[in-house]
Design a protein around this ligand. Structure first.
Ligand SMILES: [Zn+2]
Length: 845
């Protein structure tokens, strides 16, 4: 090959163009800010260079079209893998690349087989393989686009367990023929394109040898490492899991029929009815009843106020998937005792043994094998009602959970004064797709999320959160209706409602254990008791009420149910029954997801922040508090973590205090809204940083504060902070409010930096004089000014003036925050009554 200099540069330029394409596209694919982890910069650079090289070689080797096609395949694969599995590890990128290069080499070899007799057949086969390779990521992408969630193992198994007809109906119902058809056309085009791409050519011998080598090595890599290419191998892996599940299912069926009648149990109950309602994917932090700022549970709230209901605050699920949770909850198996759920007694077995009439009403789609073990438990009940057995055939309106209400009525009609009833209801509840879980009249939340509730990041259009909240409202109606039917029966009766697990809706992560968050385990647990039952089983209900704040894993449900049913048996362990006086809550283990996580872990903010709060504030209520609580969502976090109080920024405007840090950007949230929203009965300490107190606003502000004080008892618990130097600030103090002067941060910090001795002394003098005039209760300051306060100001201040401070470089979420705060000089200063720290929150405004 003899190139002139010009020819060489010309070719270089031409090749470089395609190299640059890869250098731009690969980082876009691997670093795109989607709901997935980004690949590290080094790895991104490595694979960008690799593919740039491939494209340059394709260009010079004159198979650029094929090269581009395979490059596109790699991009689609890498992006889809990230989207579906949250992250794409190096080994996966490597195997995918190796596989793609093998396919490319195969194509190159094929186009050199001008004389091979089988070449037409081989070319067609090659195109078919390419279609398959493209089709798989397209299926995943399509699922993501349609359902807004990755095609996970649940969805796989649902499909595996469904016959072809049902699957097709399912797909066409949600996707529609149009989309299916266009998908088919796209694949057909790729197919034809492939045939066309493999035009005959003649390569050098060494090129052919090299291509054959790459084909061989790439193929070996793929075959050797199938678990690194989940996108393709997942089908097989899950199929295997499915086979194992099926095996367990059969064993369970066998044990269940063999053991029938072998369990020893009886009960003292007579004429009682107990209903267990198992919800689906409900997160209690989306229930008004548990403090969600949106009113999603008006009906349950009313029953709560009626005094017949108890809500456990710290119940959590032992896993994040339906079957994994319920196989533990409904049997004696736990993560700790490692009994096999499929060989353990179930709640239905025990109820039957004690002579209860049992019924199981389900609206779950019985097409996923994940549900199979639950189906076996269900099928052992005396009466089984399956609604929505075939999703493909059912009209949408028949699928909603309210179909079970009539079933409950029917079951209750069979009640007599002697027989005991145990009814289990398994709802479809709040499972994704959330928008499909309620009739249109329950589409109460449709507008944009407001910053006042959701903060800046979440505000705006959010269909997922709206649909979820609508489904919670509908669920509220369904569960309350069942309660009403039960109350109408006038029997000794209880209803227990809990969810199998929750969904992490705010982070849009669903309930996938591979991307576990503690939010996925935050389930509601409600117990309703009839008036008749309340009178006769006072001790159980009182005990339950005492345990409202005890961490409780739903894997212990079995023993609670047996306790409720009054069952006497060797199998029943009162130490695990949360309504028993013998309950050993703290001793029970708090494992989650097969012991991979623990509820009482520093990683769980609901546990950890509460622990920090209790520790820091043991001697002085509300000494350490979170900074800048400026939305109802963030205040929900404060409630959720059980913190003693909070700081908020206010602007006095039009006669009310508006929650806002910035005068330019005032929102509609008011101090009154915050006060209304606080946990009833808990009087929180509140630091009010009023940004615009001054001669114009004192009078109005004082009269508003006085008004609010009448209703919310503010005087004992608020700090009114202002940077005003006006003497009129004293009016608030004289009216009985604790007032604090906000030391000017910038000015004093400058003096400290310049070591301006005289300036610091003068400033201290000024502040101390102002303190007298304003009748201050406290001074408040950025912790940077601590040296000024202790060395200059303190000696001039009256002893009864206390300090409040903020140290925003520290956060509740810092790994070693306890030690970090303990190590500071100021934390042991008793004169400091409040320390503000940063609190991370999705709802920050
Ligand atoms: Zn579930």
């Amino acid at each position: 090959m003899n190139f002139s200099r010009e020819q060489f540069f010309h070719l270089m330029k031409k090749g470089a163009l395609w190299g640059i394409l890869a250098l731009v596209v690969v980082p876009l694919i691997l670093l795109a800010p989607i709901e997935a982890q980004q690949v590290s910069l080094l790895k991104t650079a490595l694979f960008s260079l690799l593919w740039a090289g491939v494209l340059v070689v394709s260009k010079f080797g004159r198979f650029l079209v094929l090269g581009l096609k395979i490059f596109a395949l790699f991009c689609v694969i890498a992006f889809t893998h990230r989207l579906t599995f949250y992250e794409i590890p190096f080994v996966s990128l490597f195997t995918y690349s190796a596989g793609c290069l093998a396919v490319l080499s195969g194509g190159f070899l094929l186009s050199n087989m001008k004389r091979a007799p089988w070449r037409h057949f081989l070319k067609t086969a090659y195109s078919v393989i390419l279609i398959f390779l493209f089709a798989v990521p397209f299926i995943y992408l399509g699922h993501y686009l349609l359902f807004d969630s990755p095609l996970n193992s649940d969805a796989y198994l649902a499909l595996l367990d469904t016959n072809v007809n049902e699957a097709f109906e399912y797909i066409t119902q949600f996707i529609g023929f149009g989309v299916l058809l266009s998908g088919f056309v796209v694949l057909l085009l790729i197919f034809v394109g492939c045939l066309y791409t493999l035009t005959d050519r003649r390569g050098h011998k060494w090129q052919l040898v090299l291509a054959a080598l790459i084909l061989l090595v790439g193929t070996i890599r793929v075959i050797d490492q199938p678990d690194t290419i989940d996108l393709y191998a997942g089908f097989w892996v899950y199929k295997q899991q499915y086979a194992e599940e099926l095996e367990k299912f059969r064993e369970m069926q066998k044990t269940s029929s063999e053991n029938k009648g072998t369990y020893q149990a009886d009960t003292a109950a007579e004429g009682e009815t107990h209903i267990l309602v198992i919800g689906e994917s409900l997160n209690k932090y989306h229930m008004g009843l548990y403090g969600y700022p949106r009113n999603t549970t008006p009906q349950l709230d009313a029953r709560m106020e009626g005094g017949n209901m108890i809500a456990l605050d710290k119940a959590f699920s032992s896993h994040t998937h339906t079957v994994q949770t319920l196989t533990l909850a409904l049997t004696t198996a736990t993560q700790e005792n490692e009994q096999k759920y499929y060989a353990s007694p179930t709640i239905i077995d025990m109820a039957e043994a004690a002579g209860y009439d049992t019924a199981w009403l389900t609206n779950q789609v019985m097409m996923g094998s994940w549900d199979s073990p639950i189906s076996i438990i269900a099928l052992s009940a005396d009466t089984v009602k399956k609604y929505n057995t075939n999703i493909g055939e059912h009209a949408k309106t028949n699928d909603f959970d309210d179909v079970i209400i009539d079933g409950i009525e029917e079951a209750l009609a069979n009640a007599s004064t002697e027989n005991n009833q145990f009814i289990v209801v398994h709802l479809m509840g709040n499972h994704g797709d959330y928008c499909l879980r309620y009739p249109t009249e329950y589409a109460k939340f449709q507008d944009d999320l407001t910053p006042e509730i959701f903060g800046k990041k979440l505000a705006g259009d959010n269909r997922q959160i709206n649909c979820y909240d609508n489904s919670v409202t509908f669920n509220d109606y369904v569960v309350s209706s069942v309660i009403d039917k039960l109350a109408g029966a006038k029997r000794l009766a209880t209803l227990t409602y809990l969810s199998d697990h929750a969904d992490d809706v705010i982070n849009a992560k669903g309930h996938n254990s591979s991307i576990f968050t503690y939010d996925m385990t935050s389930i509601p647990f409600l117990v309703w008791a009839s008036d008749e039952y309340k009178d006769s089983h006072k001790e159980r209900l009182d005990t339950l009420r005492e345990h409202v704040d005890t961490p409780y894993a739903n894997e212990q449900l079995f023993h609670y149910v047996l306790g409720n049913l009054g069952i006497r048996s060797d199998v029943y362990d009162p130490k695990q029954d949360i309504a028993s006086t013998l309950y050993e809550g703290d001793k029970n283990n708090l494992d989650i997801v097969h012991r991979k996580f623990k509820w009482n872990s520093a990683e769980n903010p609901v546990y950890e922040y509460a622990r920090l709060n209790d520790k820091w504030n043991a001697d002085e209520y509300g000494r350490v508090l979170p900074h800048r609580i400026n939305s109802l969502g963030k205040l929900m976090d404060v409630r959720k973590y059980g913190l003693d109080g909070y700081e908020t920024d206010l602007i006095f405007q039009d006669g009310v205090f508006k929650v806002s840090h910035d005068r330019e950007d005032v929102h509609n949230l008011t101090l009154k809204d915050l006060l209304e929203y606080e946990l009833p009965g808990k009087s929180m300490k509140i630091w009010l940083d009023v940004k615009n107190l001054g001669d114009q606003t004192f009078e109005g502000a004082l009269s508003r504060l006085t008004e609010l004080d009448v209703k919310y008892d503010l005087k004992d618990r608020v700090i009114v902070e202002s940077s005003t130097r006006s003497e009129k600030f004293a009016d608030l103090s004289n009216a009985g409010f604790h007032i604090s002067y906000y030391l000017p941060t910038g000015h004093i910090d400058d003096l400290l930096e310049e070591k301006d001795e005289n300036g610091l002394k003068a400033e201290a003098q000024r502040v101390s004089e102002q303190a007298k005039l304003q009748n201050l209760s406290a001074v408040s300051f950025d912790i940077k000014l601590y040296p000024f306060v202790t060395e200059y100001l303190e000696q001039l201040l009256p002893q009864d003036i206390v300090y409040h401070t903020w140290d925003l470089k520290k956060s509740y979420e810092d790994k070693d925050i306890e030690a970090k705060l303990g190590d500071t000089k100021y934390s042991s200063n008793k004169r400091i009554k409040t320390i503000l720290l940063d609190l991370p929150s999705k709802f920050h405004l």
